[in-house]
Write a protein that binds this ligand. Structure first.
Ligand code: P6P
Length: 329
């Protein structure tokens, strides 16, 4: 049996396929893996190191920041901004974008990140995750970057991925040629290729939705659930962890749809376009899945602000197609 490839070897092999690249994306992906290992270590020690619980601050979403939220944000910001590949970073935890050295005149890439999504699960030891999205800057190198560099459509992503801090820590990412998953061996501090070319199973039977929203969500979602419950051809099941990365990852492996719908009092739902929905949609489409909002494909949406929210329906094609019919009816 051949040696299992490490993430670093995998990234270098992929770079070798593009002989004229600068290596900045390789450096950036490597920096993300280093930050992920540090956060994984912090998450796994949270209960012991007294870093559970609230940090006493709130983020731009006016959500109580958990200490691990702040640690994760600090870790990714510090490591990504120290590399030479990044011109600027937009984070769920920061009101404004972070412009790297020299007004972002140098780095080739822009990163959007949710450093620790699902943090309300931290204190109860439920899986949480990091979500990241990488774009090439639009503003020419040498000029200061601006808002236009951060507000790009999902179709412009160069890479996207997530890290799931669960029973094991996994990094799953795509650069547009398929989705590959790597599992961290904490004994050696390496991510090893464990899930090559991840594809949604042909038929999904799981729906992930907060049932408490049913009386306040819009009609298409209620219609979708009625259709599933009336369809005897599949033994549907409901699974909802309340941690987007964990629910998305389970559905990617076993099949399913994740729904955070438009609500009567929140027509844009809860999830954020740039650093949650767009990156996961890139991965979903690369894995043969579909990702929609109420009026079309997530990846086609032109962002208008850094923290904008959007209704989200993502996962196995067979289920998202039913959702699409309900949205169109
Ligand atoms: P609710 C976590 O705050 C999050 O952004 C996602 O990770 C998760 O799927 C969702 O919100 C849970 O929201 O309203 O069901 O608690």
């Amino acid at each position: 049996m051949g040696k299992t490839k490490t993430l670093g070897e995998f990234i270098m092999d992929r770079q070798a396929a593009f002989p004229f690249v600068s290596g900045q994306l390789t450096r950036l992906l490597t920096d993300i893996s280093v930050a992920s290992k540090i956060v994984s270590h912090q998450v796994n020690r949270a209960g012991l190191a007294g870093i559970l619980g609230e940090a006493g601050s709130t983020n731009v979403q006016n959500e109580a920041q958990q200490k691990l939220d702040v640690l994760a944000d600090d870790t990714f910001m510090r490591i990504l901004s120290a590399g030479k590949s990044v011109a600027g970073i937009g984070s769920e935890e920061q009101d404004e974008v972070f412009i790297c050295e020299e007004e972002g005149r140098r780095g080739k890439y822009i990163v959007l990140i949710d450093p620790l999504d699902g943090s309300s699960n931290i204190d109860v030891n439920v899986s949480i995750g990091t979500i990241f999205s990488i774009y090439k800057r639009i503003t020419p190198i040498g000029e200061p970057i601006g808002e236009v560099d951060f507000l790009q459509k999902g179709t412009e992503q160069v890479a996207a991925g997530y890290v799931l801090y669960g029973s094991s820590s996994m990094l799953v990412y795509t650069t547009g040629t398929g989705v590959n998953g790597f599992t961290l061996d904490p004994a050696v501090g390496e991510f090893f290729l464990s899930h090559p070319m991840m594809i949604f199973p042909d038929v999904g039977k799981t729906y992930s939705l907060n049932g408490a929203l049913l009386d306040i969500c819009t009609e298409p979602t209620r219609q979708f659930l009625r259709r599933c419950q009336a369809d005897d051809s599949l033994d549907y099941r409901a699974r909802y962890i309340g941690s987007l990365v964990a629910d998305f990852h389970r559905n990617l492996i076993h099949g399913g749809i994740y729904i955070y719908p438009s609500l009567e009092h929140k027509p844009n739902g809860k999830l954020r376009l740039l650093y949650e929905c767009s990156p996961l949609s890139f991965i979903a489409e690369q894995a043969g899945g579909v990702a929609l909002h109420d009026n079309g494909r997530i990846m086609d949406v032109q962002p208008t602000e850094l923290h904008q929210r959007i209704p989200y329906y993502v996962g196995s094609k067979n289920l998202v197609d039913v959702m699409q019919e309900c949205l169109s009816s």
